[in-house]
Design a binder for this molecule. Structure first.
Ligand SMILES: Nc1ncnc2c1ncn2[C@@H]1O[C@H](COP(=O)(O)OP(=O)(O)OP(=O)(O)O)[C@@H](O)[C@H]1O
Length: 656
C-alpha cells in the first residue's frame, strides 16, 4: 500500500481535513527516512486535534484503532468505504517497528521538530505540547505559592472568624467554607459543582475574605472573565447580586466588578492568535476568576496562565461534568479528575479542619461532623493528585433537589445510572409518571421531528414572545421597557438540539419552528420580524460576541426592523440594523454546545432518532442542566437516551 496516496484518498472522501493532509505532505517532503509512516502519524495527530484531542493517545490507538480515530466517519458513503483503506489497514501498514522508528525520526527528535513524542504514550503537535507544558509549569508554581494569611501551619484565628462571619458558625461540614479556606492558602484554586451548588456564593465570600486579609492597604485588583459574552454577563450579574447580600463591613472592601470575555481580558490582536497580554506584558491583577471554565480549551488556558503575573491568584469556577470546549483539550475535566473522592493529603485536611467553626462549648477543636470525612483523605494525595489539593467539589444544589425532577435526571445521567432512567423513560413515554416530585420533567416520544406534538409544544412555548412582538412598545412605558421584556422572554423557552444537522438537528428545527410560527412566507434564513438570532463569530467592530442572542423587532411601521441585543452597560439595549450583522443564525433552536453558559426557564432537549458517537452523557447532562424550571426531553426512541448515557467522552492529554 502506498501510504501517502491512501492518505490523499482519505482526504478526497472527507475522512481528513485539508490541514491534516497538508501537515502530512509537509513532513513527507522534509524527511529522508520513514517519511511515509511518520507523515501518516502526523496527519492522525492533526485529525485528533480536529476532534478535540490535544494529542494522539498511542496506547488507545494500539488497542482500538477505529474507536480512537472514529474512522470511517459516521456518514461515510459506501463509495468512500470501497475507495478508502480502513484505519486498521493503514495502522498495520505502518509496520510493527514504527514506534521505535518514530522516536528516532527527525520529525520528533530534533529541537523545534513539528511533533513531540511523550514516552511511548502520546504524540503531539509541538504547539499543543508547549501549551500543556506551559499550563503545568504555571499551575505548579502557583500551587506552591503560599500567602501571608496562610503562612502558618494552622489557620489563624482571624481567618476562622472571617469564615464564621461569612458562612455562619456551624457544627456541620460546609464544602463552600472549605473551598474558601483552601483558596486562601495558594495561588490556584478550582471550585467545581453542578448548577446552583453555590459557586458564585462561595467565590464572593472568598473575595471578601481575600480583601479582608490582604497583605497591603491597597484593595486587591480583581478581574472576572468567562469564555463567552453571555457567560460573562451572567457572572457579573450574579456576583454583584451576591456582593449586595454580604454584611455591610465586607461591602466596604468589596465593590461591584465588571466581567468580560476571556478574549477581552487578554486583549485580542487583529489577524493574530497572540494576545496583547502575555508573559512580557502581564495583566494588572491580583485575583483572576474565570467562570464556566469547562469551556476553556488548552490553547486559551495556556494564554491565560502566561498572561497572569506570578503572584496573582487564579480561581476557576465551573461544572467539570459539562461538555468541554469544541476546541482541543478538556482542561477543567482533567484537572478535576478524581474530585469525587477528595484525595486530600492528611496535612491539608488538618489545616482545613482547623479553619472550621470552633466547638460551641468553646473547645478550640472543630466539631467532629465539621471535619473532612476521613474517606476523602489520601496519604499519597499530594504526589498523585496534586491539582486536587487545590480543588473543592460543591455537592449540594440549592436550585435543584437531588431527588426531584431536573436534579434527579441530571444526576442519574451524570452518574451513568440507567436503572432509574429506563424506568422513568418507560413510564414517561406512556404518560404514567405519578411521582409529583418528577412533575417538572417530561418525555415526548415522537417518530418524526415534524410531529404535531412537537409543533404544539413549540407554538405554546413561543406564544408569549409572539404576543409581546404584536403588542409593540405602545403596551409599555417606553420602547426600552418593551425591549427588555422581549429579551427576558427569549430566556423563557428554548429548543436545544444534540446535533447541528440532520432531521432532528438544530438547522431543521429552526426551519420547522419558523414555518410553524410564521407560515411559509418567510424562511429561517431571512431577516423576518420576530426572528431570534445568535451571533456565530466575534465581531469586534460591533462589539458583539460569538453566542450573543438578539431578536429582530420593528418598533413602529415607519421604522426599519432592527436587531435588539443587550448592551454592555447594565440595563442598556442596542438596536442594530440587520445589514450590519454578518455571522448570525436563527436561534429558535440552538445546539447544546452553543447553549453552554446559558439557562432557560423551560428547556426542550431534542435527541436525534439514531445513535451516534456524538451522543454522550456529557451532552445530555449539559442540555438538561440548562433548564431552570422545566425540562422536556424529545426523542424517537428511549433506548437512544440510555445509549447516550452509557457513552462518555474520553479526551486525551497529559495535564494530569
Ligand atoms: N450556603 C448558602 N446559604 C444560603 N444560600 C445559598 C448558599 N449557597 C448558595 N446559596 C444560594 O443558592 C443560589 C444558587 O447559588 P449560586 O448562584 O452561587 O450557585 P452557582 O453554583 O454559582 O450556580 P450556577 O449554576 O448558576 O453557576 C443563590 O441564590 C445563592 O444565593
Amino acid at each position: 500500500m502506498q501510504l501517502m496516496s491512501s492518505l490523499r484518498t482519505w482526504y478526497e472522501h472527507g475522512w481528513l481535513r485539508a490541514i491534516d493532509l497538508s501537515l502530512a505532505e509537509y513532513i513527507y517532503t522534509k524527511l529522508e527516512q520513514d517519511a511515509e509512516p511518520v507523515a501518516v502519524l502526523a496527519a492522525l495527530v492533526s485529525h485528533q486535534l480536529g476532534r478535540g484531542h490535544p494529542c494522539l493517545e498511542l496506547e488507545q490507538l494500539r488497542a482500538d484503532v477505529t474507536a480512537t480515530l472514529q474512522l470511517p466517519p459516521e456518514h461515510a458513503s459506501s463509495e468512500s468505504l470501497r475507495a478508502c483503506a480502513s484505519a486498521q489497514q493503514m495502522i498495520a501498514e505502518l509496520g510493527t517497528d514504527i514506534w521505535t522508528k518514530l522516536a528516532d525520526s527527525a520529525a520528533v527528535s530534533e529541537a523545534n521538530s513539528p511533533l513531540v513524542l511523550q514516552g511511548q504514550e502520546r504524540l503531539y503537535l509541538r504547539r499543543y505540547w508547549d501549551y500543556e507544558q506551559q499550563i503545568k509549569r504555571d499551575l505548579f508554581a502557583r500551587m506552591e505559592r503560599h500567602y501571608p494569611v496562610a503562612s502558618e501551619p494552622v489557620a489563624s484565628d482571624e481567618l476562622r472568624e472571617t469564615l464564621d462571619d461569612l458562612f455562619g458558625r456551624s457544627g456541620s461540614l460546609s464544602w463552600q467554607r472549605l473551598a474558601c479556606a483552601m483558596a486562601v492558602r495558594s495561588g490556584f484554586t478550582i471550585i467545581t459543582g453542578g448548577p446552583g451548588t453555590g459557586k458564585t456564593y462561595t467565590v464572593v465570600r472568598l473575595l471578601a475574605t481575600l480583601q479582608q486579609h490582604r497583605p497591603s492597604a491597597e484593595p486587591l485588583r480583581i478581574r472576572l472573565a468567562a469564555p463567552t459574552g453571555k457567560a460573562a454577563k451572567r457572572m457579573e450579574d450574579s456576583i454583584n447580586e451576591e456582593i449586595k447580600r454580604l454584611p455591610a463591613r465586607y461591602t466596604e472592601v468589596l465593590t461591584e466588578n465588571q466581567a468580560v470575555t476571556l478574549h477581552r481580558l487578554l486583549g485580542t490582536r487583529a489577524r493574530s492568535r497572540a494576545f496583547r497580554h502575555n508573559a512580557g506584558n502581564p495583566l494588572l491583577a491580583d485575583v483572576v476568576i474565570i467562570d464556566e471554565a469547562s469551556m476553556v480549551d488548552i490553547e486559551m488556558m495556556a494564554a491565560i496562565t502566561a498572561a497572569l503575573p506570578p503572584d496573582a491568584r487564579l480561581i476557576l469556577l465551573g461544572d467539570k461534568d459539562q461538555l468541554a470546549s469544541v476546541e482541543a483539550g478538556a482542561v477543567l475535566g482533567q484537572l478535576c479528575e478524581g474530585a469525587e473522592n477528595g484525595h486530600y493529603a492528611p496535612e491539608l485536611a488538618t489545616w482545613l479542619d482547623a479553619t472550621q467553626s470552633e466547638h460551641a462549648s468553646g473547645d478550640d477543636k472543630p466539631e467532629q461532623s465539621a471535619q473532612l470525612p476521613r474517606k476523602l483523605l489520601d496519604e499519597q494525595g499530594k504526589q498523585q493528585w496534586p491539582y486536587l489539593q487545590h480543588t473543592v467539589m460543591l455537592r449540594e444544589s440549592r436550585r435543584f433537589k437531588a431527588e426531584e425532577g431536573i436534579g434527579k435526571l441530571a444526576t442519574e445521567i451524570n452518574q451513568q445510572q440507567t436503572t432509574w432512567l429506563s424506568e422513568w423513560l418507560r413510564d414517561a413515554s406512556q404518560g404514567q409518571v405519578t411521582d409529583s416530585k418528577l412533575a417538572n420533567i417530561q418525555f415526548l416520544q415522537i417518530r418524526k421531528s415534524s410531529a404535531d406534538s412537537l409543533k404544539k409544544l413549540v407554538l405554546a412555548g413561543y406564544q408569549p414572545l409572539q404576543e409581546l412582538l404584536q403588542a409593540g412598545p405602545a403596551a409599555f412605558t417606553d420602547v426600552t421597557a418593551w425591549g427588555e421584556a422581549l429579551l427576558q422572554q427569549l430566556e423563557q423557552f428554548q429548543l436545544l438540539a444534540a446535533l447541528r444537522r440532520g432531521d432532528w438537528g438544530m438547522q431543521r428545527l429552526n426551519e420547522l419552528a419558523t414555518l410553524w410560527l410564521h407560515g411559509d412566507r418567510v424562511t429561517s434564513e431571512q431577516w423576518f420580524v420576530g426572528r431570534p438570532v445568535m451571533i456565530t463569530h466575534n465581531d469586534y467592530s460591533l462589539d458583539l460576541r460569538n453566542g450573543d442572542i438578539g431578536i429582530v423587532v420593528q418598533a413602529s411601521p415607519d421604522e426599519p426592523p432592527r436587531v435588539l441585543f443587550r448592551g454592555h452597560k447594565k440595563g442598556s439595549l442596542r438596536w442594530l440594523l440587520p445589514s450590519r450583522l454578518t455571522h448570525v443564525e436563527t436561534a429558535y433552536a440552538m445546539t447544546i454546545h452553543k447553549s453552554q453558559g446559558s439557562e432557560f426557564t423551560h428547556t426542550v432537549v431534542v435527541v436525534p432518532d439514531h445513535d451516534t458517537p456524538l451522543l454522550t452523557k456529557e451532552l445530555l447532562y449539559t442540555g438538561i442542566t440548562r433548564a431552570r424550571e422545566q425540562l422536556t426531553l424529545v426523542c424517537a426512541e428511549p433506548k437512544l437516551v440510555l445509549q447516550a448515557t452509557q457513552r462518555q467522552i474520553e479526551r486525551g492529554g497529559g495535564l494530569t
